[in-house]
Design a protein around this ligand. Structure first.
Ligand code: NDP
Length: 451
């Protein structure tokens, strides 16, 4: 490991203990920057590395709320405003019991480079809570969201910091958060994205991350004279990103055969029934066992029966894989199994779904590998399109937004691919995406002086 990476990671470990996911994300980015730093001493001269790994601001707060039985509950709230060199802070909110400061920090760090890569003027941030939405009533969700926003509102604004959804935060939660923001400030402005279509939301925002990951895979494969048409695809997760990945895969003539949740997975060799999946997950908010009960061709496997240390989804033979659930869900063993079974394309909808050794295996094999920062950037890009529509008080059509999303994903692919070529690593989009994302932010930081 180069000494600057080693020193920086050691510094992070000493000053921000117990944040393994953040060290992992930082090490991945820093390792790929070496060729850029070797060529351009200005980044070291301005001490950009030490500045960029330090969030501009970290807000930690108490969220107290009352459950349906009248008991007082307390959760932790986070908003990490990581970098505003190229635009207002932008990034989602995650509500999940495993959330820690380290989770939010890794997501916020990734967001800086992803947002830069979209070519749009947005800085990097992330937030959330260790609140578990599972099993909570609508009223409990509403009271939690109102309490969360009662602290958050003073830190955000349409040109300051614009949160969106992530795991556990979808249209319902954004609605409650927005209502409380409006009540507290009296302002009707584009302070959150992922809003309902009747009150400032953008068409295609719901679909954007999943659609974008498929558009990205199309670009990856087209470069190799290949396409998704007729390909059997595996998808993990069954939330927002997964559902619209499945939808777009059907639209481009591919066949998605798996989805999963934190209890288990479905393998449906006839292809996932999209309408049933939407009903189970978006309307009934039920588990995937409900899907299996209603679909004779579906085989349900609980996680207890997954091969040891592996994710069962990646043992299903496929030609293209779309990890769309959570971080570190593709291990080295999973990656090797995918490759052995003939997978030629991986496009990451989730954030940091592959471990470092899984990434190394994909890169060494030479398959078409689209890292999260590039492949899942369609979500935040469309959020920025929502901000643009809010600022101009217009609403664009589905076709207009979808066409813009498609163009943005193509541009991201070109930028990452050309940057990889520029630094002598053709096809290595991890390196290309990290350098391209970093360079724009770092140059802006230099232009703006030591702040
Ligand atoms: P959702 O909450 O809608 O869905 C998450 C899905 O992943 C659910 O099926 C959930 O299962 C599963 N899941 C979550 N945690 C785990 C876990 N620890 N083990 C197994 N399965 C798990 O979230 P999204 O679809 O919005 O987000 C999915 C991923 O995509 C995340 O990594 C997110 O950061 C990333 N992403 C999302 C964007 C967006 O626009 N929404 C944009 C860019 C990236 P269960 O219901 O059982 O918890």
């Amino acid at each position: 490991m180069s000494s600057y990476i080693h020193d920086t990671i050691n510094y992070l470990k000493q000053t921000s203990p117990a944040q393994d996911e953040f060290y992992q994300a930082a090490e991945e980015v820093l390792s790929s920057l070496k060729p850029l730093l070797d060529r351009n001493p200005k980044y070291q001269k301005h001490n950009i590395i030490q500045r960029i790994v330090e969030p501009e601001r970290q807000i930690l707060f108490r969220v107290a709320w009352i459950d349906d039985r009248g008991n007082v509950q307390v959760n932790k709230g986070y908003r990490i405003e990581f970098n505003s060199a190229i635009g207002p802070y932008k990034g989602g909110l995650r509500f999940h019991p495993n959330v820690t400061a380290g989770t939010i920090k890794f997501l916020g760090f990734e967001q800086i480079f992803k947002n830069s890569l979209t070519g749009l003027p947005i800085g990097g941030a992330k937030g959330g809570s260790n609140f578990d939405p599972k099993g909570k009533s609508d009223n409990e969700i509403m009271r939690f969201c109102q309490s969360f926003m009662t602290e958050l509102f003073r830190h955000i604004g349409a040109t300051i910091d614009v949160p969106a959804g992530d795991i556990g935060v979808g249209g319902r939660e954004i609605g409650y958060l927005y209502g409380q923001y409006k009540r507290l400030t009296g302002r009707y402005e584009g302070v959150l994205t992922g809003k309902g279509l009747n009150w400032g939301g953008s068409l295609v925002r719901t679909e954007a991350t999943g659609y974008g990951a498929v558009y990205f895979a199309q670009n990856l494969l087209a470069e190799r004279g290949d396409s998704l048409e007729g390909k059997v695809c595996t998808v993990s997760g069954s939330g927002n990103v997964s559902i619209y990945t499945v939808e777009k895969l059907y639209q481009v003539g591919a066949k998605p055969v798996t989805v999963s949740d934190s209890n288990g997975m479905i393998h449906d060799k006839n292809g996932i029934d999209l309408n049933l999946l939407k009903r189970v997950k978006e309307v009934e908010r039920a588990r995937l066992t409900r899907y299996a009960e209603q679909r004779p061709s579906a085989v349900y496997t609980p996680i207890e029966d997954y091969p040891a240390g592996r994710n069962g989804v990646w043992s299903v033979p496929c030609q293209a894989a779309f990890p769309s659930a959570t971080q570190n869900e593709v291990s080295e063993e999973d990656a090797k199994t995918l490759l052995k079974n003939g997978c030629v394309c991986v496009s990451e909808g989730a954030n940091m779904p592959s471990t470092q050794s899984a990434i190394d295996a994909f890169l060494a094999s030479g398959i078409a590998y689209g890292p999260a920062k590039a492949a899942n950037a369609g979500g935040v890009a469309t959020s920025q399109l929502e901000m643009s529509q809010n600022a101009s008080m217009l609403q664009w059509t589905f076709e207009e937004v979808d066409a813009k999303l498609k163009r943005i994903m193509e541009n991201i692919y070109r930028t990452a691919s050309q940057t990889a070529n520029e630094f002598g690593a053709p096809g290595n989009l991890v390196l290309g995406a990290n350098i391209a994302g970093f360079r724009k932010v770092a140059d802006a930081m230099i232009d703006q002086g030591v702040v």
